[in-house]
Every structure is written in C-alpha cells, then in structure tokens.
Design a protein around this ligand. Structure first.
Ligand SMILES: Nc1ncnc2c1ncn2[C@@H]1O[C@H](COP(=O)(O)OP(=O)(O)O)[C@@H](O)[C@H]1O
Ligand SMILES: [Mg+2]
Length: 207
C-alpha cells in the first residue's frame, strides 16, 4: 500500500511525521516499510545516510528519488502486497509528477497547523489531491500545537477540513519531536504518536 504524507506548506511536519510513522509501523507493528524521500531537500535520506555511516541496524530503507521516478519504483515495490510505501512529498504542487503519486495513494496524512498561512496551503493541497483522487481517505494531523496560544480560527478550520477528511488528535509543539530519526522515536514522543496512528492503523493499514 502507498501512504503519502503531504501538504503544500514547508515546515508543516511532513518529514517528521514520515519518520514517526515509519518507526511506528516497522518497530511497533513489525511491518515491512520503505520510505521514498521525494522532497527536493531530501532531509530524510540525509539523516538516514548519516545514521547508516554510524553502522546502526536499520529497520527500513529510505530512498531518495525525483517525482518522475515514482511510476517505475511503484511497479517494483507494489508487486509485494505486504510492503508499505511511505512517501515524503515536496512542499509544492505545480509538478505533473505528482499525478501518478496522488492516483496510487491508498491513504493520505496531512500535517498542518492552526495558523492562517498554513490553512490556505492545507486547503489548496486537499483540493488538488481530491481532483486527482476522489476517494482516498485523508487524515489531517494538527502539528506543533501550542497549549498556551488561543487559536481563534480552530473551529472554522476544523469545519472546512472535515469536508475533505478526518482530523486526528493533536501533536504538541515540543523540542523532543526534533530528535526523531530513522533509528528510533524518543520514548517521550511514542505515546503521543501511538494515539494518533493507532486508530488509522486499525481502520486502514492492518491486514
Ligand atoms: N511537533 C513538533 N514539535 C516541535 N518541532 C517540530 C514538530 N514537528 C516538526 N518540528 C520541527 O519543525 C521543522 C519542520 O518540520 P519538517 O518535518 O521538516 O517539516 P516539512 O517536512 O513539512 O517541511 C523541523 O525542524 C522539525 O524538527
Ligand atoms: Mg520535509
């Protein structure tokens, strides 16, 4: 199956969430995961190569590639029905290479935050995605949530996003989320991500 992690907005938490989900699926659920880093900045694969140099045992592979390589890679990867392909998308939408990716997606995770700038990108991403793939379930994940900030628009945002998909539990803005890597999720982060991912796993990913 193909799970894409996207939002047009840079810094929304796509790469962080990709790693958290990869760790959750491969370590907690013992599933066969591969991460495709299709982000131009390829921050994930750089982290991965660094970790590999330290000769750590890897629970999954991280492969960097351009969007145009996806169709060929998908053909190979999806011949294995147990394989879970996680795709860290670039923060832009004006590339036709996204069409086959959106079309093959079985599940979409979209990290976002409750500020106005983020909202527009999130809606725009959802509209484009829905045009190409009308059925795929979308889960919006409120990320970097600050408990001490009043988000006046939260209710309106939720209402708009619910037209496209489901809103999950919130992920707080916390420094330990910046220490996630391809080896492990910090212990303090684990329970929070488990709460976000478990319902999605039960409904959409579990065999
Ligand atoms: N919940 C969080 N709390 C604190 N920092 C976070 C959180 N989520 C992401 N970050 C940080 O925000 C920055 C942008 O996140 P990243 O996952 O790279 O976003 P994107 O891939 O969407 O551009 C990174 O430095 C990351 O460590
Ligand atoms: Mg990124």
């Amino acid at each position: 199956m193909v799970i894409i992690i996207g939002n047009q907005k840079g810094g929304a938490g796509k790469s962080t969430l990709t790693l958290l989900l990869a760790n959750y699926l491969s370590i907690s659920k013992k599933r066969d995961v591969i991460v495709l880093d299709l982000d131009y900045q390829q921050s994930l694969s750089q982290k991965y190569e660094k970790a590999k140099m330290l000769e750590n045992e890897e629970s999954y592979q991280v492969v960097a590639a351009g969007l145009e390589h996806f169709p060929d890679m998908a053909e190979v990867l999806l011949s294995n029905p147990d394989k879970i392909v996680l795709i860290d998308l670039p923060g832009k939408l004006d590339d036709d290479g996204l069409i086959p990716i959106f079309t093959s997606a079985d599940l979409v995770l979209c990290p976002f935050s409750y500020d106005e700038m983020s909202f527009e990108s999130t809606i725009f991403f959802s509209i484009v995605l829905r045009k190409i793939n009308a059925r795929v379930p979308i889960h919006f994940i409120p990320n970097r949530f600050k408990a001490n900030v009043r988000y006046d628009t939260q209710r309106d945002v939720d209402e708009q996003l619910e037209k496209f998909g489901t809103i999950t539990k919130k992920i707080p803005d916390r420094i330990d989320f910046q220490r996630v890597n391809t080896q492990q999720t910090p212990l303090t982060v684990s329970p929070i991500t488990t709460d976000v991912f478990d319902p999605i796993y039960q409904s959409y990913i579990k065999k």
